[in-house]
Design a protein around this ligand. Structure first.
Ligand SMILES: [Zn+2]
Ligand SMILES: [Zn+2]
Length: 401
C-alpha cells in the first residue's frame, strides 16, 4: 500500500484546526490546483485529489475522530460501514466533492471563473450544510432577424425553469414533517461497499446520495422538492448585436434549491442573413448593379443603407467591382458607442431587351466610339500583336496566323 500523506500536512493545518480553518485551507488549495485552472497538469490533478480527500475526512464529524485515532489505518479494512479511503478517489469524485463544498452562490470562485466554464455549462452547484444550493446557469439560443440586430428589439421568451416546489418550499417533505439525516450513510450521501479486498465508493442506495430521508413526501412534487414552471422573460436586445453575442440575465436561470440563489440565464444570439445587406462586425455591405451609361458618363444614384436611401455620386468611367464607402452609415457598435461604415460594391448591369430608339442610339454609339475609349481592350490588342510578331521571328516558315 502506498504511503499516503497525513491529512493535516496536506492541508497545512494543526491537529486542532477548526471546521472553518479546514474549509478555508481546502478552498485555497482547491482554487490553486483545480483541473479547470490547470488543464492537462497531472501533478496539479493529484494535488487537487489529495486535498479533496483530506478535506472529506477532516470536514466529517464521523470520519475525523477515527482518522485522528488510527490515521489512514482507520479506513484500510473498511470494517462495517463507512471507511474505505484506502483506495484513491478518482478525479470526477473529487470535482463533485469540491462543487458540493463550494459550488453554492456564496464564496468559492467568483462569477468570472464560472463564466469561463460557461462553454461546458458547469452551472448548478452542490448544497451547503442547510441543503441550500445555487440554481444552475441556463443557456438559451435565440435566432433573430438582421433588422432586430441592427435596431434592437424587445422579445418575450417563455422557458421551462426548474425551481423550488411552491407547496413544500423545496424541502420535499409534506406538512410539518421534516427531512431526516440518512442513517445508512450518516448524511454523507456516499457509502463504501467492500467486495473482497476492493472498496467501492458509491452513492448511498437508501437516500440516493442526498444524505437525507423524507418520511412523508410532499404530495405536490412527490418529494423531489423541485417543480418545472414556465417563466416569461422580457429581453431587451441592444442595437448592433451579432451572431455569438451573449446576454447575461443575472438570477434568471434555474431556481436555487431550498431558498438558495438562482443561477443566471445566458441568451446566445444568432442573427439571420439578410437578402440585401451583409455585415462584418459593425460594417455593412450592399452590392448594387448600376446602368452601363451611368458607369460611363457618371451621375448620381440612390443606394440603400440602414437609414434609408442616400444619394451616391458615380464618377465617369466607374468600372465593375469598384467599392464606395459611406462613413458612419453601418451598424452601431454594442460596446464603444461608435458606428461602422457602409460599403457599396458596384457591378455594371448590361441592358437587355433593347430595341427601337435606344438600340439605334447604342449602335450609333458603337460606330462612333474610338479605340482609346476602351484602354484595357487596346492594351490587350497590343500584347496580342507583340506575341504574334515574336512568334514569327522564331518560326518564319509559319505565315501570318
Ligand atoms: Zn413539494
Ligand atoms: Zn444515505
Amino acid at each position: 500500500m502506498s504511503q499516503k500523506r497525513d491529512c493535516y500536512d496536506v492541508l497545512g493545518l494543526a491537529r486542532d484546526a477548526s471546521e472553518d480553518q479546514v474549509k478555508k485551507a481546502y478552498r485555497k488549495l482547491a482554487m490553486k490546483y483545480h483541473p479547470d485552472r490547470n488543464p492537462g497538469d497531472k501533478e496539479a490533478e493529484e494535488k487537487f485529489k489529495e486535498a479533496t480527500e483530506a478535506y472529506e475526512i477532516l470536514s466529517s464529524a464521523e470520519l475525523r475522530p477515527r482518522y485522528d485515532q488510527f490515521g489512514w489505518g482507520a479506513f484500510e479494512r473498511g470494517n462495517g460501514r463507512g471507511g474505505g479511503f484506502g483506495g484513491n478517489i478518482d478525479l470526477e469524485e473529487a470535482m463533485r466533492a469540491f462543487a458540493s463544498a463550494f459550488g453554492g452562490g456564496g464564496g468559492g470562485f467568483g462569477g468570472s471563473f464560472f463564466e469561463s466554464l460557461f462553454g461546458g455549462m458547469g452551472g448548478g452547484g452542490g448544497r451547503d450544510s442547510d441543503g441550500r444550493s445555487r440554481g444552475a446557469d441556463l443557456r438559451y439560443d435565440l435566432e433573430i432577424d438582421f433588422e432586430e440586430a441592427a435596431f434592437g428589439a424587445k422579445r418575450e421568451l417563455t422557458l421551462d425553469v426548474v425551481e423550488d416546489c411552491a407547496a413544500c418550499h423545496g424541502t420535499g417533505a409534506d406538512g410539518k414533517s421534516q427531512r431526516e439525516t440518512c442513517s445508512a450513510c450518516g448524511g454523507r450521501g456516499m457509502v463504501v461497499q467492500n467486495m473482497g479486498f476492493v472498496h467501492v465508493r458509491q452513492p448511498c442506495p437508501r437516500c440516493g446520495g442526498t444524505g437525507e430521508i423524507i418520511r412523508h413526501p410532499c404530495r405536490q412534487c412527490g418529494g423531489a422538492g423541485r417543480a418545472k414552471v414556465a417563466r416569461k422573460i422580457s429581453l431587451n436586445i441592444p442595437a448592433g448585436v451579432d451572431t455569438g453575442s451573449r446576454m447575461r440575465l443575472a438570477g434568471k436561470g434555474e431556481g436555487g434549491a431550498r431558498g438558495g440563489p438562482p443561477g443566471d440565464l445566458f441568451v446566445v444570439l444568432h442573427v439571420r442573413e439578410h437578402a440585401l445587406f451583409s455585415r462584418e462586425g459593425a460594417d455593412t455591405r450592399c452590392e448594387i448593379p448600376i446602368p452601363f451609361h451611368i458607369a460611363a458618363l457618371g451621375g448620381e444614384i440612390q443606394v440603400p443603407t440602414l437609414r434609408g436611401d442616400v444619394p451616391l455620386k458615380i464618377p465617369a468611367g466607374t468600372q465593375p467591382g469598384k467599392v464606395f464607402v459611406l462613413r458612419g452609415l453601418g451598424l452601431p457598435e454594442v460596446r464603444g458607442g461608435g458606428t461602422g461604415d457602409h460599403y457599396i460594391a458596384v457591378t455594371i448591369e448590361v441592358p437587355t431587351g433593347l430595341h427601337g430608339n435606344a438600340a439605334d442610339l447604342l449602335a450609333a454609339f458603337g460606330a462612333a466610339v474610338k479605340e482609346s475609349n476602351h484602354p484595357r481592350l487596346a492594351a490587350l490588342r497590343k500584347k496580342a500583336a507583340a506575341f504574334f510578331s515574336r512568334k514569327k521571328t522564331l518560326d518564319p516558315t509559319q505565315g501570318e496566323p
